[in-house]
Design a protein around this ligand. Structure first.
Ligand SMILES: [Zn+2]
Ligand SMILES: [Zn+2]
Length: 666
């Protein structure tokens, strides 16, 4: 065979490298859809889009060169991103069908869903009950199995195509890197058409990719309408934003909707009112909570237990003031790096500026620096329930999870470089064991590395700190996720992420290595060699902020705190007036044994109503006492969550049971 022909045939073949590293040959012009089909029927069916050499592509994009190709399937984060964004197109088509003259602006995928911004003719607004109508039209579009067809046009053709869509025109006219999510890169503008019977196609300006056809969508729900300024600019028109959620299957959608419902039922802001735990009086100001007796009780139990564990863990307890002269935060770097998170200064004493503290670290450093330390004193672990104040924009303040005033269970550990790895290891064990005592079980760790361009300190310091954290994390037998560039400006950190009862993830404790503050404050210790050395500092908050951790526990337990944390552990209800005296004796006995008990007497309401109210308050035990109990020294025990009261339980027996539960943190 003449060699020339072989060469020509070879040139028509392309080599495709798959994510597992394997390589296959295809004819030039092969599409990701065909590649998926050649691998397997299942993959072809699950495929939504592709990544070719790391770049997004539609499934029907012809590939004419050797490339790496990853098929993106519906059950992956990237696949959900594609189907969510494609669903946004379908929503825009439905809205323009139902509201002739509607202008559509942008419609990206977001966490769990998507949105699209619209302007209705004559300044009309969507109402919540319009959503069902739009959803119904969207389902028709899904059923019509419209293809998503990509076309590349030049700028002028793009402008002509969207002549009656001013927001699209603005995007095309402003083509710059910032807008590359909306249109293709450079001067080529990509549009997607959904051809439809009878009508012309629905066209949107978009970089893609999309699912091959609308039939691949359908597990979605529109969730709410909100106002949103065009380009987030309050001087520009206010558009109508419709939010939706979309998933790869009806089951995944249902699970998500169930989680939202559960999250709403468990919302700590709602339960905080219902269970009388805390409030945010407007007289005090946004993000500043007051704790009511019941919330205050839970908080005290949390703090008491934390204190006890810290004492056992070799921590020293310290205290520091809430305000300080600005020099301290200049030395620490907070005014340079964290000023936007601080309240503005107050001026006292002929112009001296004072700040509310946003962090406790510099205060603990001054305690360390008060005397010359010896290696014999290290590790020195200073602990404080320290109240800090941070300026949060009113838009982001949220219940107890994002507040302007909070108390951290804050510790700073000063140790030698040699001690650092062991100290981090035992710290992480300590943190996880304490979190487990509060009923959280499902963790993973996130390791945050150097934020390039925003960090202080040498590369060598960062590398050493990061490596020590990595070793500590690896020893915990938990999943470790990298958060590249996510460290604080002063050092790398591990954060403990916990999944709650409904599968949501919360960032809890952080362990942060800091080579910088010891330098800024010129900290020293005298080593075994009698020379002076610089200690390492570790910042560590376990609950983070008590306020936030409390909110997470409220939602995790849906307000039904385990017995050891419950504000009231037992409510005693006399059946009738004549049992009051006996009921009082039971309450006194429980209190004397260190339990939290209350009595609601017969004058208050009928027995049934009192039982119901105690159950609504999620009290772990409701004890009902009547004639026979008074004679026999027993109580009727109604355990939370059980419909079967246990009658005639000896008081001693109940006390022992309660003591056992509290001891076990049950
Ligand atoms: Zn699109
Ligand atoms: Zn700190």
């Amino acid at each position: 065979m003449p060699t020339g022909i072989v060469a020509a045939e070879m040139a028509d073949r392309i080599k495709i490298t798959l994510p597992d590293g394997s390589q296959r040959e295809y004819e030039s012009g092969t599409t990701p859809a065909e590649i998926a089909a050649s691998i397997g029927k299942g993959l072809a069916k699950a495929a939504l889009a592709a990544k070719v050499d790391g770049e997004w592509a539609d499934l029907d994009r012809a590939i004419d060169h050797d490339a790496t190709v990853a098929i993106v399937t519906a059950d992956s984060d990237e696949g959900r991103h594609v189907l969510r964004h494609s669903t946004a197109h379908v929503m825009a088509q439905a809205v323009t069908d139902l509201y002739p003259g509607a202008k559509y602006a942008i419609g990206p995928a977001i966490a769990d869903g998507f949105y699209y911004d619209f302007e209705l003719p004559d300044g009309a607004h969507f109402a919540e009950d319009d959503l069902a109508r739009i959803e119904a039209r969207m389902q028709e579009i899904v059923a019509a199995d419209q293809r998503f067809e990509r076309e590349e046009v030049d700028r002028d053709a793009g402008l002509a195509l969207f002549a009656d869509q001013p927001y699209k025109v603005e995007i095309i006219e402003r083509v710059d890197p910032e807008d590359s999510s909306e249109v293709g890169e450079g001067q080529v503008i990509s549009v997607y058409r959904n051809p439809r019977d009878g009508d012309g196609p629905f066209v949107d300006l978009c970089r893609g990719p999309h699912v091959p056809s609308t039939k691949r969508l359908g597990a979605f729900k529109l969730t709410k309408v909100a106002g949103a300024y065009w380009r987030g600019d309050e001087h520009r028109p206010m558009l109508q934003r419709i939010y939706g959620t979309a998933w790869e299957s009806k089951a995944a959608l249902d699970a998500h909707l169930h989680q939202l419902e559960e999250a709403e039922r468990r919302d700590h802001r709602k339960l905080g009112v219902e269970l009388d735990l805390f409030s945010f009086p407007p007289e005090i100001g946004s993000g500043l909570a007051v704790w009511h007796p019941k919330g205050g009780t839970v908080r005290r139990v949390m703090e008491d237990y934390s204190r006890q564990r810290h004492e056992q863990g070799g921590y020293e307890f310290v205290n520091s003031p809430h305000i300080t002269k600005e020099d301290l935060f200049q030395t620490s770097g907070h005014l340079e790096w964290f000023a936007e998170g601080m309240f503005p200064p107050m001026e006292l004493d002929e112009g001296t500026r004072y700040y509310l503290k946003p962090m406790n670290c510099p205060f603990h450093i001054l305690i360390y620096r008060h005397t010359l330390r010896s290696y014999r004193e290290l590790p020195l672990r200073l602990f404080e329930f320290g109240s800090v104040y941070r300026y949060e924009r009113s838009g982001v303040v949220h219940g107890l999870t994002r507040v302007r005033g909070m108390t951290q269970d804050d510790a700073h550990i000063f140790c030698t470089k040699e001690q650092m790895p062991d100290e981090l290891h035992s710290l992480l064990e300590f943190v996880l064991s304490l979190l487990r005592d509060f009923g959280l079980e499902d963790f993973y760790l996130e390791l945050s590395t150097k934020p390039e361009g925003k960090a202080i300190g040498s590369d060598a310091d960062w590398a050493e700190g990061t490596e020590a954290l990595r070793r500590a994390a690896d020893a915990m037998d938990l999943e470790v996720v990298m958060d590249e560039g996510g460290g604080a400006f002063y050092g790398p950190k591990i954060s403990v992420q916990a999944r709650d009862a409904i599968g949501r993830t919360w960032q809890l404790s952080t362990l942060q290595v800091d080579f910088q503050l010891p330098q800024r404050f010129e900290l020293e210790y005298v080593g075994t060699d009698n020379e002076r050395h610089q200690p390492i500092m570790i910042h560590r908050a376990l609950f983070g902020a008590i306020e936030r951790f409390f909110a997470i526990l409220v939602e995790h337990y849906a307000g039904a705190f385990p017995t050891w944390l419950a504000p009231v552990q037992a409510t005693v209800l006399p059946v009738a007036d004549r049992h009051d005296a006996y009921a009082f004796r039971i309450v006194d006995r429980l209190k004397a044994e260190g339990f939290r008990a209350e009595l609601v007497d017969a004058a208050a309401d009928s027995l049934g109503a009192r039982v119901r109210r105690a159950k609504q308050e999620k009290v772990p035990y409701v004890l009902v006492v009547g004639d026979e109990d008074a004679d026999a020294g027993t109580v009727g025990v109604n355990r939370r969550g059980s419909d079967q009261p246990e009658r005639g339980v000896a008081v001693d027996e109940f006390v022992a049971q309660l003591a056992g539960e509290v001891a076990e943190k049950a």
